[in-house]
Design a protein around this ligand. Structure first.
Ligand code: GAP
Length: 445
């Protein structure tokens, strides 16, 4: 049975279990900024690692990069962000709320009435989403720089460096994960849309004649990625951009969408950006970014770019929303996060049935052994059932319980989070059993 979690329930679980906290909470909070707690940072790191492995380790022709957040201001002129990266903004003169003009009913724009309080709305004006700051002690126009609104440009401006120093031949890709900043007019729905977020982007450089073939390949691979990560197929779909949605640089674009508790929304964008970016950077930097293809008889051309651009923090929200499940067990509600074992912050909980009679010591030994390979957490506090439930709520896929029999025959019970099945296993076999269960994991729908 599929269940859908409400945002209130999810936000409250995230706080209660140390996944995500409101930023600067003790000062009343900073709107739409969030901090990742002990469980949240583990989950986010694991999602990032999963993506990185998938995109770099599993592909001979994709390499990584970590470019700086601050870049030369001309980058953003070349990219089109200074001119085009704007949203239409309207203000209500009465309640002082701000709206994106394209996100409220047209009727309100036409009649200049606020959708919230009925007050008078201003005319729409274009608002640039880039955060501006200053490099050095002087705040003048010459020192203005931007916090990057996407990681992609750091890749394009390093295209030549990577070709020359990593000996990459087209077709090849460059992958990057990092922070991006956008002064969003409306931020809501928890970590879905925030002003500071993280992206996982891969730019794949191809011969112009092969753009469509690689676009199709990446669209499929990226869709399959989410299913592999354990996201339910029924909550994923592809959406093709219509002519009015296409970005100024795109020939064709698809979004991978997820059905969040607040509706179907973009999770990742796949764009055919043609030679737009490299051409623009050639024009603005006056440097030659064309590519000499010795595999094509010395043909010189500007490669096309197939971009896969995912939000890391948005993927974390997807993973959390998709994992949440409730069921009734022996007359009580069990909340369980059905996280893929490779993403769960803790892989295995280790519990002595009771603290006394040497069981705690033996359990500690088991934990010490397991932590060489897995994130292993030791817990001796409270009734065993409550300890299981605490781990279920943070999505720990395996539990190991040490009881009196363990002292006699060196076996323990291994409990599986999803089915709650418990099997007796020799301690020496635990690592292999857990490794196999991770490799064979399938989400129960
Ligand atoms: N380089 C292309 C690019 O940045 P985008 O569609 O604007 O394209 C890509 O962003 C992804 O980044 C989105 O699909 C989303 O997952 C994430 N993203 C964009 N804006 C975001 C925001 N304000 N908060 C959280 N994630 C965001």
């Amino acid at each position: 049975m599929e269940s859908s979690v409400s945002m209130d329930t999810l936000v409250s679980l995230c706080k209660r279990r140390g996944f995500i906290y409101q930023s600067s909470e003790i000062y009343g909070g900073l709107s739409s900024a969030w901090d990742y707690g002990p469980m949240g940072v583990e989950l986010k790191n694991r999602v990032q690692k999963y993506w990185w492995r998938e995109m770099t380790q599993f592909h001979d022709n994709i390499v990584g990069l970590d470019a700086s957040i601050l870049m030369h201001p001309r980058v953003w002129e070349a990219s089109g962000h200074v001119e085009n990266f704007t949203d239409p903004l309207v203000d209500c003169r009465k309640c002082k709320q701000r709206f994106r003009a394209d996100q409220i009913p047209e009727e309100n724009i036409r009649s200049h009435t606020c959708p919230e309080c009925g007050g008078e709305l201003t005319d729409p004006r274009q608002f640039n989403l880039m955060f501006k700051t200053h490099l050095g002690p002087l705040e003048n126009d010459g020192s203005a720089v931007y916090l990057r609104p996407e990681t992609a440009q750091g890749i394009y401006v390093n295209f030549k460096n990577v070709v020359q120093t990593a000996r990459m031949r087209v077709p090849f890709g460059i992958a990057q994960v990092g922070k991006a900043f956008r002064n969003e007019i409306t931020t809501k729905n928890f970590i879905f849309r925030t002003c500071e977020f993280e992206q996982m982007e891969m730019q794949f450089f191809v011969h112009p004649s092969e753009d469509e073939q690689y676009f199709e390949q990446w669209k499929q691979e990226r869709y399959d990625f989410y299913r592999k990560m354990g996201i339910r197929d029924s909550r994923l779909r592809l959406h093709q951009h219509g002519p009015d949605e296409l970005a100024h640089y795109a020939k064709i674009a698809f979004d991978i969408e997820y059905e969040f508790p607040f509706g179907w929304k973009e999770l990742e964008g796949i764009h055919n950006r043609t030679d737009y970016d490299l051409s623009r950077h050639m024009e603005y930097s006056k440097k030659d970014l064309s590519y000499l293809d010795d595999l094509r008889g010395g043909e010189r051309y500007i490669p096309y770019v197939i971009e896969t651009s995912a939000g890391l923090t948005r993927t974390v929200l997807t993973v959390l929303a998709d994992a949440y499940d409730e069921e009734e067990v022996e007359g009580e509600k069990r909340v369980v996060m059905r996280l893929h074992p490779e993403l769960a912050p803790i892989t295995v909980g280790v519990f002595p049935l009771v603290k006394k009679d040497g069981l705690a010591e033996l359990a500690r030994e088991v934990q010490q052994d397991l932590r060489r390979d897995f994130a292993a957490f030791y817990d001796q506090g409270g009734a065993i059932g409550r300890r299981y439930r605490r781990q279920d709520e943070i999505g720990t896929p395996f539990g190991v319980t040490i009881d009196y029999q363990s002292k006699e025959d060196h076996t323990v019970t291994l409990r599986y989070r999803d089915t709650m099945e418990q099997v007796r296993v020799p301690i020496a076999e635990l690592p292999d059993r857990i490794r196999r269960a991770i490799a064979e994991y399938r989400r129960v729908e």
